[in-house]
Ligand binder design. Structure first.
Ligand code: ATP
Ligand code: MG
Length: 339
């Protein structure tokens, strides 16, 4: 039986992770959940936001479904999410944005996936101030882009497109200004593209990309880009389909893959029983796809899309005033998925 590390997380995490687990099990997937702590829950239990046992579990299982985590402010803790990214070399952040019927958004035809390089670029963490007499007179940040880093993310994007039946990969860059870092990324994209003759390849400058996305998102399929641009573009894409409560992401690495909702722990609504579980359930769908459990993934995604379209069994963030909570929405999905 497939063993998967399960991190309930903080705030609304435990409730939405529980919903995801119930829906996955209802779809008939046999999983042994290896429950582990991280975030505030782990600080409370053992004074460490990322205990060794949790790291060891992810290392052994190589698959993790993770609820949102809060990194405690003060106390000198490193961000748990950043640590996980580095520890397991999670180089690809994959975020689909596919319109949900029944949501109030400007476009109804969004169907794209952002593949963001997750370890290099301007987020490599090489930054410093230059001071004169204790006075900050400048700040410098070094973007690191390696051939190996570019190759693996571009290959990941093409392989993903091929595997999921997508037709086009668009490389997003700023090579006209950032001639070295963005230039190398584009150069390597152009080197690799001919190895995938069945997939169309083009490139677009990031600012133009932002404009085109909000004018005609239907023109995009798979987008591959460096860390900073990917951070911004993937949030933009999430916004196009109705935002936080609906979007999931996968962090794929050489040593493990971690699946999560895009939103945070939502402390403002924690323990109120009204959190929308969809983003977390869609993280589960991505995990099932990664595992090759395609039938279960399709079945769950269909049920989620039906329930959102019908708008009856949805949480108040999707239908203001709705009395349906996290549990009730999950119950309805379980009923449909196990039918
Ligand atoms: P964190 O510090 O963990 O990131 P946050 O305060 O930034 O937490 P987010 O989770 O990023 O909170 O969410 C921002 C807003 O969106 C909050 O008002 C939150 O209640 C709402 N929200 C986030 N996720 C959900 C969800 N699954 N269902 C309903 N509302 C949500
Ligand atoms: Mg947040």
């Amino acid at each position: 039986m497939q063993k998967i590390t399960l991190i309930p997380g903080d705030g609304i995490g435990p409730a939405i992770v529980d919903a995801a687990v119930r829906v996955i099990e209802a779809a008939g997937v046999k999983v042994e959940w290896d429950k582990q702590l991280a975030g505030m829950a782990a600080v409370d239990a053992c004074n460490n936001p990322l205990p060794d046992a949790t790291l060891a579990s992810i290392r052994a299982n190589r698959l993790c479904l993770k609820g949102p985590l809060t990194t405690p402010v003060g106390g000198g803790y490193r961000s748990v999410n950043v640590t996980l990214r580095q520890e397991f070399k999670l180089y690809a952040n994959v975020r689909p944005a596919i319109s949900f019927e029944g949501t109030d958004t400007a476009f109804s035809n969004v169907n794209l996936v952002t593949v963001r390089e997750n370890t290099e670029g301007l987020y490599a963490g090489i930054e410093h101030f230059i001071t004169e007499d204790g006075y900050k007179i400048a700040a410098e940040s070094v973007a690191v882009v390696t051939r190996k880093g570019c190759e693996r993310i571009v290959e990941y994007a093409f392989d993903y497109a091929k595997r999921t039946g997508r037709k086009k990969v668009t490389l997003v860059h700023k090579a006209n200004i950032l001639k070295c870092t963005s230039g190398l990324f584009l150069e390597i994209g152009r080197e690799i593209a001919p190895r995938y003759p069945d997939i169309e390849f083009n490139d677009v400058i990031v600012d133009a990309c932002a404009m085109k996305l909000v004018m005609n998102p239907g023109a995009f399929d798979v987008m591959v880009t460096t860390n900073l641009f990917g951070d911004i573009i993937s949030d933009l894409a999430s916004g196009l389909i109705g935002g936080l409560g609906l979007t999931a992401g996968a962090n794929i690495g050489a040593d493990a893959a971690i699946f999560e909702a895009v939103h945070g722990s939502a402390p403002d609504i924690a323990h109120m029983g009204i959190a929308n579980p969809i983003a977390m359930i869609m993280a589960g769908v991505m995990m099932l796809e990664h595992m090759g459990e395609l039938d279960a993934a399709r079945k769950i995604e269909q049920a989620v899309r039906d329930v959102v379209r019908e708008g009856t069994h949805v949480t108040p963030d999707l239908k203001p005033g709705s009395a349906v909570g996290t549990q009730a929405m999950a119950d309805e999905l379980v009923r449909r998925v196990s039918a």
